[in-house]
Design a protein. Sequence first.
Length: 113
Amino acid sequence: MAKSHDQPTSAAIDTYNPVPFNLEATKAEWMQDPEFRAAYAAQADEFAALDTLLTARKAAGLTQAEVAARMGIRPSSLARIEGSLGNHKHSPSLETLRNYARACGKRLEIRLL
């Protein structure tokens, strides 16, 4: 019986060749595009908020599932909370952000700069 071309060989399955990706270089390249730059600037607050949440979670040494458990919610709900920061329609409430901060051993502080 001939090998099917649709089925990967054992060697293909066992070989992992990651594609190199340099986030900073890619971002710098994309920032050359005025349309991308404007869209990025419009999302700057959301990017900063998400970075703050993820930094707090990482500093606490917690996974999404662990933070979700501490908040008393499902991991999928926490994923939506973290993902919603780029969506102007469904931003998390202050109470949700307070609960997230507490789950990470932090307190919520909001400043206008």
